[in-house]
Design a protein around this ligand. Structure first.
Ligand code: NAD
Length: 428
């Protein structure tokens, strides 16, 4: 059986929209992506991707040459004759911590009168519960269905995740509309969970909150292991054999961040409190994360202060919140950098790909060797593979000091000790 081709408009051509559009075109659909950002649309149309994701540029080029994928800044043009309109719009935290859905409201208002009868609006943005009903009311068109279809792709493996999802979640009131949305993903061979809209919206928040809580747990466990003299890597390995715990997401690090976990956990805490069922575990996971970022900052500070240099040179390796993405939104590395430059004048950073906000001022160098040259302390904050491949002799010959804070547990302590370097990781 082959995929039936459908005409899809994707509104919002950011991380989720561009990936979704390119992948849906790859699955055989006829897709037009629209965005208000003219520069972004021009740049994508000419083959320059606004984000780094493995395989994305190739999929976009393939979609453009097959005629399955197009880009525009005109909403009207994008949705003309569309059977499905995907909303991939930003939902940043509002003043109260709850997701701000004003971009969605605005676009839905603009869609009024533009859609042909029977069109299905598919919301991929992460939105507070009841947003599907809100959109249905706002569009005010009985023949147009609104379906919640939260996105679970991970930055760093977005294309792979979209094409091989663990599950497709579809929240709808009209089962026929839900089934039609599930069928769009026919080519991915993934299980489809069709449920009600509020449950679908909740699944997305609960999934992110659970994962954030899991990392906070592992990072607190690392601090505990430090205090009692256990090895957190061994401890987590021991846990990983238990299928109830699972084998993944057990890596300690400098704290969680990114464009989703921080805002989604905050939004869930506000929503849960408002609903009368506070999720105190998630509040604690957020606090634990902030304390962990402080903890690792203190480690770097102490190492720098105990170096013999009067103006210690601190080298931070990695700015993105995880490897294989250029995204630095809410990255713990940025927070750590910010705190360090308040106390030290000589902080140098290196990241192979990071796109940094213009508001942050960095002393950034273009090569790993330039970064570690003359450093008194090196701190690894992102798990880029080139950091895991650092050779002890090379590091020893370039550093002035001898301390490496390995926030990602990449280095072999013994090998570095043999080269005269001390590798410190929390809980090891
Ligand atoms: P993004 O900021 O990368 O992209 C949003 C895009 O929407 C931008 O290009 C922006 O210019 C565009 N836009 C804003 N207003 C518009 C309008 N009125 N008309 C057309 N375009 C408009 O955001 P993102 O990371 O893609 O996130 C989108 C949604 O998906 C959010 O709700 C987010 O929580 C959710 N989500 C994100 C990820 C992720 O890893 N980034 C994963 C799953 C879910």
């Amino acid at each position: 059986m082959s995929q039936t081709q459908h005409k899809i408009a994707v509104v919002g051509t950011g991380y989720v929209g561009l990936t979704s559009g390119a992948c849906l075109a790859h699955l055989g659909h006829l897709v037009t992506c629209v965005d208000v950002d003219e520069t972004k649309i021009k740049s994508i149309s000419s083959g320059v991707m606004p984000i780094y994701e493995e395989g994305l540029a190739e999929l976009v080029a393939g979609g453009q040459s097959s005629g399955n994928l197009g880009f525009t800044t005109s909403l009207e043009e994008a949705v003309r004759d569309a059977e499905f309109v995907f909303l991939c719009l930003p939902t940043p935290p509002g003043a109260d911590g709850m997701a701000d859905i004003s971009a969605i409201r605005l676009v839905v208002m603009q869609l009024r009168g533009l859609l042909r009868p029977g069109t299905i609006i598919v919301n991929k943005s992460t939105v507070p519960v009841n947003s599907t009903y809100m959109v249905q009311e706002l569009i005010n068109e009985p023949s147009v269905d609104v379906v919640s279809n939260p996105e679970f792709l991970r930055e760093g493996s977005a294309v792979h995740d979209f094409l091989h999802p663990d599950r497709i979640v579809v929240g709808c009131t009209n089962p026929i509309a839900g089934e039609r949305v599930g069928a769009l993903y026919f080519g991915t061979r993934s299980p489809v969970l069709v449920t009600d809209p509020v449950s679908a919206e909740s699944i997305k928040y609960m999934a992110n909150a659970f994962l954030a809580m899991k990392i906070s747990f592992v990072n607190q466990a690392a601090e505990y292991c430090d205090s009692v003299g256990a090895d957190v890597i061994e401890v987590m390995k021991g846990l990983s054999f238990d299928p109830r715990i699972g084998q993944t997401f057990l890596n300690p690090g400098p704290g969680w961040g990114g464009s989703c976990f921080p805002k989604d956990t905050k939004a869930l805490v506000v929503s849960a409190t408002e609903s009368g069922s506070p999720m105190t575990l998630i509040e604690e996971a957020i606090n634990a994360n902030l304390m962990h970022i402080d903890h690792i900052t203190r480690l770097i500070t102490r190492a720098a202060e105990s170096s013999r240099a009067s103006e210690p040179r601190i080298c931070l390796l990695g700015l993105t919140f995880k490897a294989n993405t250029d995204d630095t939104r809410e990255s713990p590395a940025l927070a750590i950098h910010q705190r360090l430059v308040e106390h030290f004048t000589n902080v140098v950073v290196y990241d192979p790909l990071a796109k940094v906000p213009e508001s942050h001022i960095f002393n950034r160098v273009d090569s790993l060797v330039d970064a570690i040259r003359d450093a008194d302390v090196v701190a690894i904050l992102t798990e880029w593979s080139e950091f895991a491949e650092l050779q002890p002799d090379l590091v020893a010959s370039h550093m002035r000091g001898d301390t490496i804070i390995d926030g990602r547990y990449l280095l072999n302590k013994q090998d570095f000790a043999a080269a005269g370097l001390s590798v410190i990781s929390i809980g090891r």
